[in-house]
Write a protein that binds this ligand. Structure first.
Ligand SMILES: [Zn+2]
Length: 241
């Protein structure tokens, strides 16, 4: 089940039949009527209880096929697969024929085990309640979480070493938290400046000017470093044309 893995970690392997279900992580676009794949959204929202892969390139063959990009894709680890803030992160359970890569797989069929509401809904409780009602009606067997962190705690990655795969560690979520924390760490004192009397601000800044510049430079450098690491970890979509 090992073998050469293509550039995107998905191609150039013969399909394997995975016994039972294979856990994966991915994101969906949350719309008013369901969870849509982020690529090829025209195929509509995922069906329940099971979504089946269809090849959009060569409709004749059974998806997934080696040498093609078809199949329902997901990643073994939640890291970069759940790091984007806009879409809904999800845990899927794949079944049937799978093409196994070093970081993820393409499957013939999958169901959505759990989904986490996107972060922006945290501040809009009415919208979140409406989305929860839609998800419960449309995906009755899917557990809905308020946060991806909690969902991943309850649905940890599977050990895929039995399949001959050891996915590289993915610290995307840690880097993202650090970048958000670092941004907030600078923003809070910046806004606090408006609350302090201007004379006091001027005195402090002129007294500690070199230190102030150093802090800003370090802050910028830290942010750039974190964002660079985050971008490096982003993987290409297995459906890349
Ligand atoms: Zn295909």
């Amino acid at each position: 089940m090992t073998g050469r893995v293509g550039d995107d970690g998905m191609r150039d392997q013969d399909p394997a039949l995975v016994v039972g279900e294979l856990r994966g992580y991915r994101q969906f676009d949350l719309r008013h009527d369901g969870l849509y794949p982020r690529v090829h959204a025209e195929s509509g929202p995922w069906h329940t209880p099971l979504e089946r892969a269809r090849c959009g390139v060569t409709p004749g063959h059974a998806a997934p096929a080696s040498g093609c990009t078809c199949g329902l894709y997901a990643w073994y680890l939640p890291g970069s697969a759940t790091v984007a803030l806009g879409p809904a992160s999800a845990v899927v359970a794949a079944s049937g024929r799978c093409i196994l890569g070093d970081r993820g797989f393409r499957a013939a069929a999958a169901r959505i085990e759990a989904v986490a509401l996107p972060g922006h809904l945290l501040w809009r409780p009415w919208a979140a309640a409406r989305v929860r009602r839609m998800l419960t009606a449309r995906y009755p067997e899917t557990t809905v979480y308020a946060s991806a962190r909690r969902m991943i705690q309850d649905h940890p990655p599977q050990d895929v070493s039995g399949l001959g795969i050891s996915p590289p560690a993915d610290r995307s979520r840690g880097y993202r938290s650090a970048a958000l924390g670092l941004s907030a760490a600078m923003m809070v004192p910046t806004y606090a400046l408006f609350l302090i009397p201007r004379d006091a601000v001027a005195q402090t800044v002129s007294a500690g000017w070199p230190l102030f510049v150093l802090l800003v430079v370090l802050w910028q450098a830290g942010l750039v470093w974190l964002l660079t690491r985050l971008l490096e970890l982003q993987t290409d979509s297995p459906r890349r044309p």
